[in-house]
Design a protein around this ligand. Structure first.
Ligand SMILES: Cc1cc2nc3c(=O)[nH]c(=O)nc-3n(C[C@H](O)[C@H](O)[C@H](O)COP(=O)(O)OP(=O)(O)OC[C@H]3O[C@@H](n4cnc5c(N)ncnc54)[C@H](O)[C@@H]3O)c2cc1C
Length: 576
């Protein structure tokens, strides 16, 4: 089936819906949103802690301080011009959400309430500041519900439970998509003047992750296969407080409200590593502190986890400010956070890298900033880069809202000028072949087995701590798994709701992305932010203060580099 729209957004999380809103507000533009999930099930809905903006409602605060924290938090690999835009526009974006009807938690005077979060400080690092705006611990849920309602009101057309298979680029212009209707297996072609990928992250490459099952990096992998380079893929964030063994996220808001991490001796070990910010040091650091405690035998009972202690906060704070967290630990662990300690370990959480874009969401085809006309990306699948080597808590919601908004505005202007580019004659050939090969192969390798091996390998060898040896070994395994994947077979031959087929495609995406992550991690012979190399434990600004671009070429992966924008703050050692 063929469809034609002026603009198409793939992904109905916060980034996609914010962009769709801007398009829908411009008269005469026909916009569609395609999503493999029902929109309100997108991972944005799982975001708990909050969205950072220097509103200064409870304490003095300025966007400039927010920019500084973002740059320092990102270990100086942040493009400072982009971070500056983000932190300034965060303020108006939060008010825009408020005006759309988002039910923020309030101060007694009725202002948007704000709380502390890791790495957010007053006056360039002096002391913690209250910057995170929140709706209890359901901030992402409220953002998603609010934006979805607004999009419905403005008659955005939704294609829910439609899974993207391929991107169509013709005559150097991005002009369409090949998409599978999950309900009946039919393949659809979407023709458009402009396309935005807002397809989210890929935490499912690791065994222990906070990410939903659907976070398999489809858009990033599909762009990569179509010749778009990926930026800074080696920079992946492990969040310190995942539920032990399950990876489910326990919001940093818990430490923002005063929660404390303790080792087997009951010691608040962050005092030794980050004397000023303590438990609210940035995530990359706290994850490494936990790794270190465990390595030196101070994990709980010598095991590989530590405790999050909320028992001193009192039932009132726990039940009212952290209700979802309290539910999670009661349901999944049988632990009462008001009286008992919670076992936690670092969990794969957030991709700093992704599809390279400029500050208007336009996708870049190379490290010299050449734009691919008609193609945009925003949100976790994109790399602007505002998070550098480590994202600060609350800054992803800021990113999706600010850059989703900017991309949507730019697209609205672009589609009013640009013509439709003709589609190639059979743009769906490759996608159809890919699907029919899977449906027709009688016997072969098992995708779930490949996925499990991949996730274990990435967890053991490409997580909080890496080295030449672990990375080489992981690379070898991924190559073997890719070869096995070429022979994968599935049992289910139905066309309708064939989740086995879709999950198999997703394993293919995770394999390609893992390969690019490992390539970037091998090339970055230093330690910076979320990327810690045991064999190169220091940050090396002389050789590695630069972005990496990984290209998918017929001869394998190729790495190139791009300078970092350093327009405001000179790199310094990161101390908290
Ligand atoms: C548990 C958890 C808690 C978090 N808490 C916070 C927080 O408090 N503050 C903060 O700033 N950040 C937080 N984050 C990070 C933040 O929520 C995410 O980075 C952000 O919401 C991503 O938004 P997005 O719009 O880019 O993508 P998502 O919300 O992940 O949406 C992706 C969309 O793409 C669609 N899609 C994907 N693949 C396909 C395909 N093949 N075909 C069609 N559609 C497709 C999906 O259907 C979905 O609609 C948290 C993340 C997690 C996992």
């Amino acid at each position: 089936m063929y469809h034609r729209f002026d603009a198409i957004v793939v992904g109905a999380g916060g980034a996609g819906l914010m962009a769709a809103m801007q398009l829908a507000r411009t008269p005469g533009i026909r916009t569609a949103v395609i999503s493999k999930l029902y929109p309100t099930r997108s991972h944005t809905g799982a975001a708990q802690g909050g969205i950072g903006a220097a509103l200064g409602n409870l304490e003095e605060d300025y966007p400039e301080w927010h920019t500084f924290d973002t740059v320092k938090g990102g270990d100086y690999l942040v493009d400072q011009d982009a971070a500056d835009i983000m932190c300034h526009e965060a303020v108006e974006s939060v008010y825009e959400l408020e005006h759309y009807g988002l039910p923020f938690s309030r101060t007694p005077e009725g202002k948007i309430d704000q709380r502390r979060f890791g790495g957010h400080t007053r006056n360039f690092g002096e002391a913690p500041v209250r910057r995170s705006c929140f709706a209890a611990d359901r901030t992402g849920h409220m953002i998603l519900q609010t934006l979805y309602q607004q999009c419905i009101k403005r008659e955005v057309e939704f294609y829910s439970e439609f899974q993207l298979l391929d991107l169509i680029i013709s005559e150097g212009v991005c002009c369409g998509l090949v998409v599978l209707n999950i309900k009946d297996g039919e393949i659809h072609i979407f023709h458009a003047k402009a396309i935005l990928f807002a397809t989210g992250g890929f935490g499912r490459a690791w065994k222990i992750t906070s990410n939903a099952l659907s976070n398999t990096g489809d858009g990033v992998a599909i762009a990569f296969r179509r010749g778009i380079p990926l930026e800074d893929m080696e920079l992946y964030q492990f969040h310190p407080t995942g539920v032990y063994k399950l990876g489910i996220l326990l919001t940093e808001g818990a430490r923002g409200e005063g929660g404390i991490l303790r080792n087997n001796d009951g010691e608040r070990f962050t005092e030794r590593y980050a004397p000023t910010l303590l438990d609210l040091a940035p995530r990359d650091m706290v994850s490494r502190f936990i790794y270190q405690e465990v390595k030196e035998g101070r994990g709980i009972n010598g095991s590989d986890f530590v405790h999050l202690d909320l028992t001193h906060l009192g039932a009132d704070v726990v039940e009212n400010k952290l209700p979802d967290l309290a539910d999670f630990v009661r349901v999944y662990l049988g632990v009462d956070p008001v009286r008992e300690l919670i076992p936690i370990q670092p969990t794969a959480h957030y991709a700093m890298g992704g599809i390279p874009t400029d500050v208007d969401g336009r996708v870049l085809m190379d490290e010299s900033n050449t734009v691919l006309p008609g193609f945009y990306a925003a949100g976790e699948c994109a790399c602007v880069s505002v998070h550098g080597a480590n994202r600060l808590g609350t800054n992803s919601l800021v990113d999706i809202v600010v850059f989703g908004r900017r991309a949507g505005k730019h697209m609205a202007a672009y589609v009013q000028e640009a013509p439709f580019t003709e589609l190639p004659r059979t743009p769906d050939d490759e996608a159809r072949q890919q699907v029919s090969a899977l449906l027709s192969r009688e016997r072969g390798e098992s995708a779930p087995e490949i996925r499990e091996t991949l996730q274990e390998e990435m967890m053991d060898k490409v997580s909080v701590v890496r080295s030449e040896q672990t990375l080489q070994s992981a690379r070898k395994t991924v190559h073997e798994l890719q070869a096995r994947f070429a022979q994968v077979a599935i049992q289910d031959r139905q066309t309708w709701y064939n989740s086995e087929l879709l999950e198999t495609l997703e394993v293919g995406y995770l394999l390609d992305l893992s390969e690019s992550i490992i390539a970037g991690a091998l090339a970055r012979q230093e330690s910076r932010g979320g990327h810690y190399r045991e064999d190169y434990p220091e940050r090396d600004d002389t050789n590695f203060l630069r972005h990496s671009f990984v290209y998918n070429t017929p001869d394998g992966l190729r790495i190139a580099h791009k300078p970092v924008n350093i327009s405001k703050f000179e790199p310094k050692e990161r101390k908290y």
